[in-house]
Design a protein around this ligand. Structure first.
Ligand code: 2OP
Length: 226
């Protein structure tokens, strides 16, 4: 039986840097703004909060985490926005741009006969919104949210839960992610891995290297015979 490919969403299929345009619009007129840097700081804080909550054995959903991280990132830059403007910006995480290689890569991977699923930190409602996109429609058999186990990746629980839901041994899943923490977490839980290097070229040296490194989904499909 072929392995199941479990895709991370944020940063892997959709581009978290695409919130920069909305940040630039919201803060137009304020003093010089490096919107891509602010978007990156927001994303880094968002992930930090997921890690910290999980370490504290607490859970707040990904919308809450995203909103709090934006609050922090703005305050750290001494930028002020009202609650409605902040809410609108945070809602941008429901509408991130899909990376250009994704539609073609998923089509080819589906052609290999492997089952494709999503395993994401996103809330079930967020995942449902993404599932309706034309490039994703019908490609994934499941959109698995960590919310079901109330623990964020890279805790073991979300990976083990995905294997349990799919009724497969954990080693029959391959996690596909651009996030090194996710790749290392999955590997340490027993999954095979593929790292989508979306341009950083730098992988964290705190765990096993990825089983596979590719530049995008089209290349992944080629390596996997699609
Ligand atoms: C995701 O779960 C880790 O943010 C990443 O989609």
């Amino acid at each position: 039986m072929d392995e199941v490919l479990a895709f991370d969403l944020f940063g892997t299929l959709v581009d978290t840097a695409s919130v920069a345009a909305a940040l630039a619009r919201a803060l137009a007129g304020a003093s010089a703004l490096d919107a891509p840097r602010l978007a990156a700081a927001w994303r880094a804080k968002q992930l930090e909060y997921t890690f910290r909550l999980t370490l504290m054995e607490q859970y707040q959903d990904f919308d809450w985490v995203t909103a709090r991280a934006l609050e922090f990132a703005l305050a750290a830059e001494s930028r002020t926005l009202g609650p409605d403007e902040r809410a609108e910006l945070a809602a941008g995480y429901w509408h991130l741009s899909t990376f250009p290689d994704v539609a073609d890569g998923l089509a080819r991977l589906a052609g290999t006969g492997r089952e494709l699923v999503v395993l994401s930190n996103g809330s079930p409602a967020m995942l449902a919104a993404y599932a309706d996109r034309p490039e994703f429609a019908g490609r994934f058999t499941r959109w698995i949210s960590v919310e079901d186990v109330r623990a964020y990746k890279p805790a073991r629980r979300p990976y083990e839960y995905a294997a349990h839901l799919l009724g497969r041994p954990i080693g029959a899943l391959r996690l596909i992610s651009s996030n090194p923490f996710d790749v290392i977490g999955a590997k340490s839980a027993g999954l095979a891995t593929a790292w989508i290097d979306r341009g950083t070229g730098v992988f964290d040296p705190i765990g096993a290297p990825p089983d596979m490194t590719v530049a995008g989904l089209t290349e992944l499909a080629a390596v996997l015979g699609g």
